[in-house]
Design a protein around this ligand. Structure first.
Ligand SMILES: Cc1ccc(Cn2cc(C(N)=O)ccc2=O)c(C)c1
Length: 339
């Protein structure tokens, strides 16, 4: 049994590494057949020794037992929504409100990213292992979709790095689950052939795929994920308050640098994310993303511009459920697809 346990450990580490190389870094170092051989070996040892199967095993990527229903999860930190702006004048008013409240006339650094048209989820890693994933829900309570999230190939089941050195006991990562355009097109083509439900757009297809009680179905939907912020970070026993000194001992005071750290932990990050040195660079970013919109492999409905400095974010706080320090700068609606 000890031999099998060691062999399983070795296979898990190899396969989790290869998954990261293939799905997150896009730099595989072994051929697919080699990956497949190792995966088959892992699955057969786990079948022979079910008591050795663990929740961070890459064999989870194919899905598990179907659920009867989803349980609910209360977010330790609420998942908030974003206010919108639709034109440059609105965006400039947003910046002015920020400057007035910060009582500064200094340039404001922004973390800029495309606004992915998918579903917001929160991933909870304890001791570096993915233990829970939840939808946004109403911002305070969401659905527990852990089994479905585990099947998303670019989401690591285990963080890269060392507990206590690179990450604390509890790290939540928030981001968007989405269905790439190519996956959406082939899913609908297949659905048409089989007389099954056709989805109106990739966002609905992603939502429908995450709401499957049978994670084996989710596993076949080729969903993807990009992280866009931290959620709760701390120790198990701490109450809902953020221990900001603890966060600062692990993560940067720049939102953009935090995203880079999250990427180093193994989570995918949108390649279009930029650190902008001033509010005057935001319009150019918005126009740049707008002109490359059709060439992106995923659907977006605008950009998200966040004050980059964490201390400034804390001063600006939130209004009702939306932060004063961020806005979604949206694109004009695209003509609806006629199916
Ligand atoms: C048979 C087979 C096995 C694996 C894959 C894709 N793939 C490859 C790797 C790899 N090369 O590091 C890692 C994970 C993974 O999912 C395909 C397309 C087909």
């Amino acid at each position: 049994l000890e031999q099998s346990r060691l062999r399983i450990e070795e296979l898990k580490q190899l396969l989790n590494k290869y998954n990261h190389q293939y799905y997150v870094l896009d730099e595989p170092t072994v051929p697919d057949v080699e990956y497949d051989r190792l995966m088959q070996a892992l699955i057969s040892i786990e079948e022979a020794n079910p008591e050795l199967k663990t929740i961070d095993s890459p064999s989870q990527k194919v899905g598990g037992q179907a659920l009867k229903a989803f349980s609910q999860v209360r977010h330790q930190l609420p998942m908030l929504s974003l206010d919108n702006v639709f034109d440059l004048a609105d965006f400039q008013a947003f910046v002015k409100r920020i400057k007035d409240r910060l009582a500064t006339n200094d340039k404001i650094r922004f973390c800029a990213e495309p606004k992915l048209d998918g579903l917001a989820v929160s991933l909870r890693y304890e001791d570096g292992v993915l233990v829970q994933a939840a939808t946004r829900g109403d911002g305070s309570v969401g659905e527990n979709i852990t089994e479905n999230i585990r099947t998303i190939k670019s989401i690591p089941l285990k963080l890269i790095g060392e507990l206590g050195k690179d990450f604390p006991h509890v790290v939540e990562v928030r981001g968007e689950v989405f269905m790439p355009k190519a996956s959406f097109d082939s899913l609908n083509e297949q659905a048409k052939k089989r007389g099954e439900k056709v989805f109106a757009n990739p966002r609905n297809a992603a939502a429908g795929s995450l709401r499957q009680l049978d994670s084996k179905i989710t596993a076949k939907r080729n969903l993807a994920f990009y992280a866009y912020s931290l959620g709760f970070v701390g120790e198990y026993n701490s109450d809902t308050e953020q221990a900001s000194d603890l966060i600062q001992s692990f993560f940067s005071n720049s939102h953009y640098q935090r995203l880079c750290q999250i990427k180093a932990l193994g989570l995918p990050m949108c390649p279009e994310v930029r650190l902008l040195e001033s509010e005057h660079d935001c319009e150019a970013f918005y126009q740049d993303i707008l002109q490359k919109r059709d060439s992106l492999s995923y659907e977006i409905d605008g950009t998200v511009l966040k004050v980059d400095d964490i201390a400034q974010q804390a001063i600006l706080g939130f209004v009702a459920r939306a932060p004063r320090w961020a806005t979604a700068y949206k694109f004009p609606a695209q003509e609806e697809l006629t199916l």
